[in-house]
Design a binder for this molecule. Structure first.
Ligand code: HEM
Length: 127
């Protein structure tokens, strides 16, 4: 018997809406604008692929781009604690906007919180 993954529970449509709502905010956030491209279309496309597999759906990111190696892929960007907080606040607001509530949201957000901490590669003192 197949288990329901978080991806199944959230659904592809809602996950895609979440990523759109998220990058809309990223593109307006003063702490994040300096490190993101102006056009976030391709970034959002990759993030949809990544989050699909992160939530137990098909491995769309790995099929196209190989092993995620997320920390390594973030090394070209100065990611401070402040930027991790900004990233998470955009995600939290996006979750509100698409009305992702309940334990599925809490579990997803808790994982993202840990992953975001792992991406921090620059001390505020170095900025
Ligand atoms: C790519 C910033 C956390 C997943 C990127 C890019 C930036 C960035 C600047 C490059 C965008 C581009 O050139 O298209 C940040 C910051 C974070 C953060 C400031 C705060 C901690 C995360 C987290 C995840 C994640 C928590 C996953 C849960 C990705 C993915 C990509 C990406 C999948 C695309 C990688 C690729 O080019 O193939 N991020 N990120 N990021 N980020 Fe993050």
């Amino acid at each position: 018997e197949k288990m329901n993954t978080p991806f199944d529970l959230i659904g592809e449509d809602k996950l895609n809406q979440l990523v759109e709502a998220f990058y809309y905010r990223v593109g307006q956030h003063p702490d994040l604008i300096p490190i993101f491209p102006n056009d976030l279309t391709e970034t959002a496309r990759k993030q949809k692929q990544f989050l699909t597999q992160y939530l137990g759906g098909p491995p769309l990111y790995t099929t196209e781009h190989g092993h995620p190696m997320l920390r390594a892929r973030h090394m070209p960007f100065e990611i401070t604690e402040t930027r991790a907080k900004a990233w998470l606040s955009c995600m939290n607001e996006a979750m509100d906007e698409v009305e992702l509530f309940g334990s599925i949201r809490e579990d997803f957000y808790a994982r993202l919180f840990l992953t975001a901490q792992h991406m921090v590669n620059t001390s505020e003192n170095d900025m």
